[in-house]
Design a protein around this ligand. Structure first.
Ligand code: PLP
Length: 450
């Protein structure tokens, strides 16, 4: 066994943490997690913390879920890995069938990878190659949305729209067209949600009309733009955008890496507006937070565009070493079965309503500018001045301070800038959920001073 001090020392010495300013990290006392138990994380000193963001949006049934642990154990005795390049394996087949069963109708093929970024990368490459092989060689661009986040690989960053993360890489990225973000609290068109008539959709339509001959696909995070700060789209936005893409012959990529598997209250966010995409990217919650896995689902139409004789070179030349990993696929199968067996989505409704009620109270805090919620995805935007919506200066790190305060009170959360994010595990009980909300409230109150 290693002591907390030893682990902390080696951590600082050897690990470069993601999305972390390591100069700051050197000054803090890192939290070393040793175990998980239900909805709690437990550190090397035995302290317990509510897992308030589902270990970065993946945990569904809780840590140490017996059924999931057992499936991994059983599968590991059978087979831990075998390639999907030219072969297949049992869990990969069963999962593909299950995914198609639960996905919006019309999606019929599953292409595996191991993280959200690659699931997007695959959709982009497939969309592009589909048109190339169809003979529409001019179609090389994508339309994406400001404030979109689709992952960290160069392709997915190219269609991303978060300047803070993406600006520095701009010279490396391929060009695409950006439509305004449906960020109603800070409307980029300076309009009011009640009276705008979805003017951002008109902007989107203009871009589509002007550039459609050179565009292969539209990519969007349906219903909620997650990483930009849980930006909830106004009702009708998604279906309108999908309709316009359809009318103009553009493919439609729904990036449900964050929203998929119940996070918005439906199995997939697209269902909320009866949208059927040409590509559905899923990852995060697909294994309930147990192993890395992702999938890109698509239609017979797209699949058909890649068929041909070997010497036609229409093959999709893409695949990762661990594509279709049997361990990850087996736990994903059981994860999905548990949604059904435990009526997880049904049981969410009451908890979503509870959250809605509790969250209203946050407006009593003078520095809470906007509280956004869709299902179990919550963003609380803190502002220096509520009237003018003026943000806090970056160097105040107000979001980080709130999460550190919460940690002292036994909750692990992670902010997105000045947006405090809550993304509880779907199976969380009401008592723990209330405690999570209460600690978040108190932490904001303590840090902002009112
Ligand atoms: C997290 C996320 C990704 C990237 O997934 P990784 O597994 O981190 O590569 C892509 N799209 C959305 C919408 C996400 O939230």
């Amino acid at each position: 066994m290693y002591s907390s001090e030893q682990l902390t020392e080696w951590d600082k010495k050897y690990i470069w943490h993601p999305f972390t300013q390591m100069e700051d990290y050197m000054d803090i006392q890192p939290l070393v997690i040793e175990r998980g138990e239900g909805f709690y994380l437990i550190d090397t000193d035995g302290r317990k913390y509510i897992d308030g963001v589902s270990s970065l949006w993946v945990l569904v049934h809780g840590h140490g879920k017996k059924e999931l642990v057992e499936v991994i154990e059983q599968q590991s005795k059978q087979l831990c890995h075998s390639t999907l390049l030219g072969l297949t394996n049992v869990p990969a087949v069963v999962l593909a069938k299950k995914l198609i069963d639960i996905a919006p109708e019309g999606l019929s093929k599953v292409f595996y990878s191991d993280n959200g970024s690659t699931s997007v990368e695959i959709a982009l490459k497939m969309a592009y190659q589909y048109w190339q092989q169809k003979g529409d060689k001019k179609k090389k661009r994508f339309i994406s949305f400001a404030n979109g986040y689709h992952g960290d690989t160069i392709g997915s960053v190219s269609v991303g729209g978060i300047d803070l993360f993406h600006k520095v890489y701009r010279p490396l990225l391929f060009r695409n067209y950006k439509s305004p973000s449906p960020y109603c609290y800070r409307c980029p068109l300076k309009l009011q949600k009640e009276t705008c008539g979805l003017a951002c959709v008109e902007r989107f339509e203009k871009i589509v009309k002007r550039h459609k001959d050179e565009v292969c696909a539209v990519i969007i995070e349906p219903i909620v733009q997650g990483a930009a700060g849980m930006i909830v789209q106004p009702d009708g936005f998604l279906s309108a955008v999908r309709g316009i893409a359809n009318e103009n012959g553009l493919l439609f990529i729904a990036d449900e890496v964050a929203t998929g598997f119940g996070r918005t209250g439906n199995m997939f966010a697209c269902e909320k507006e009866n949208v059927i995409p040409d590509f559905l990217c899923v990852a995060k919650s697909i294994t309930g937070g147990y192993l890395p896995l992702a999938a890109t689902l698509t239609t017979d139409e797209i699949f058909g565009g890649f068929l041909g004789r070997f010497e036609d070179f229409k093959t999709f030349f893409h695949g990762h070493t661990y594509t279709g990993n049997p361990l990850a696929c087996s736990v994903a199968v059981k994860n999905i079965e548990l949604y059904e067996e435990e009526q997880l989505i049904e049981k969410l409704k009451g908890k979503i309503a509870l959250l809605q009620k509790e969250l209203q109270g946050f407006y009593q805090l003078m520095h809470v500018g906007d509280v956004r919620q869709r299902g179990f995805m919550i963003g609380i935007e803190l502002v220096k001045n509520r009237k003018t919506k003026r943000p806090y200066p970056h160097k105040e790190k107000i979001g980080q301070k709130v999460t550190w305060e919460a940690r002292k009170r036994g909750v692990v959360i992670r902010p997105l800038g000045d947006v405090i994010v809550l993304m509880p595990p779907l199976a969380i009980d009401e008592i723990t959920l209330k405690e999570l909300v209460k600690v978040t409230y108190e932490s904001i109150k303590t840090v902002t001073g009112m």
